[in-house]
Design a protein around this ligand. Structure first.
Ligand SMILES: Nc1ncnc2c1ncn2[C@@H]1O[C@H](COP(=O)(O)OP(=O)(O)OP(=O)(O)O)[C@@H](O)[C@H]1O
Length: 217
C-alpha cells in the first residue's frame, strides 16, 4: 500500500513571540498541500503576517518546526534557508515591499537574479507577467511613481516569476478594485493548479469564500 507523502509545507507545534512580547503562536500546527489555496484569517495583530514569515523561513520559531517536503528547516544554517526560500517560495508582502531605488522591472527580477537565473530569460518572463497584470507600462518606473494597487500587482509578478512551489501572499487584494482582485485571485488558483501550495492572509470574506480552506488564527 502506498502511503501519502508529507505535506509540501508543514508547521508542526510552532511557538513564537517577539522579544519582549506575549506569545503570538503556541504549538500551532497545520499542513499545506500542493494544489490547495488556504486562507489564514483572524483579528488584526493576531500574528497572521508573522505566521507567513515563519512559514517562509524568514523567522525562526521559538520552538516547533517548519517542514518543507517533510524536511525540518529549523536547524539549517541561514545561508541554506535563504537558498531554499529563493528556490521554493514566492512571497507577496502586505505593503508590497518594493525597493524604491530600483525600477519596477528590477524589483520583479530581484529574487530570480539572486537565484542566479538568466537575466534575459527572466526579463522576458517578467514583462509577460507585468503585461498580464496590467502594469507593463510601469516597468521602467520607480515604485514611488506607481499606485498602491499597482505596487501590489508588481509584488505578485515578483512572487510568480520563479514559478514558486509555495506562494505566500499577505493581503494580496487589499488595495485592489474588484476586477483587479479577481485577476489576482485567479492567478493564485492557477499557481495552485500548477502544483503549488498557496497560503493567503486576508480579512476579505469574499476572498476566503473562494479559497479551498480557512485557518482561523
Ligand atoms: N518586528 C516586530 N517586533 C515586535 N513586535 C512585532 C514585530 N512585528 C509585529 N509585531 C507585533 O506582533 C503582533 C502580530 O503582528 P502581525 O503583523 O503578525 O499580525 P497580523 O495578524 O498580520 O495583523 P494585521 O491583520 O493587522 O496585518 C502585533 O502586535 C505586532 O505589533
Amino acid at each position: 500500500m502506498t502511503r501519502p507523502g508529507p505535506a509540501l509545507l508543514r508547521a508542526d507545534g510552532l511557538s513564537f513571540r517577539y522579544e519582549p512580547g506575549r506569545p503570538l503562536l503556541e504549538g500551532w500546527s497545520a499542513g499545506f498541500d500542493a494544489g490547495e489555496v488556504a486562507a489564514v484569517t483572524g483579528p488584526s495583530g493576531r500574528g497572521k503576517s508573522t505566521l507567513l514569515y515563519l512559514l517562509g523561513l524568514m523567522l525562526r520559531p521559538v520552538s516547533g518546526e517548519v517542514l518543507l517536503d517533510g524536511e525540518p528547516m529549523h536547524a539549517r544554517p541561514d545561508r541554506e534557508r535563504a537558498a531554499r526560500r529563493a528556490a521554493t517560495f514566492g512571497f507577496v508582502f502586505q505593503d508590497a515591499a518594493l525597493d524604491s531605488s530600483r525600477t519596477v522591472l528590477d524589483n520583479v527580477l530581484e529574487t530570480a537574479l539572486y537565484r542566479g537565473d538568466d537575466r534575459r530569460t527572466s526579463a522576458r518572463r517578467a514583462h509577460a507577467l507585468l503585461e498580464r497584470f496590467g502594469v507593463a507600462l510601469r516597468a521602467e518606473a520607480r515604485p514611488g511613481q506607481v499606485s498602491g494597487g499597482q505596487a501590489q500587482r508588481i509584488a505578485l509578478c515578483r512572487a510568480l516569476l520563479g514559478d514558486p512551489r509555495v506562494l505566500l501572499a499577505d493581503e494580496p487584494t487589499g488595495n485592489l478594485d474588484p476586477t483587479s482582485a479577481e485577476v489576482v485571485l485567479e492567478a493564485l488558483h492557477e499557481q495552485a493548479q500548477r502544483g503549488a501550495a498557496v497560503v493567503v492572509v486576508t480579512h476579505d470574506p469574499a476572498l476566503v469564500a473562494r479559497c479551498d480552506r480557512e485557518l482561523v488564527l
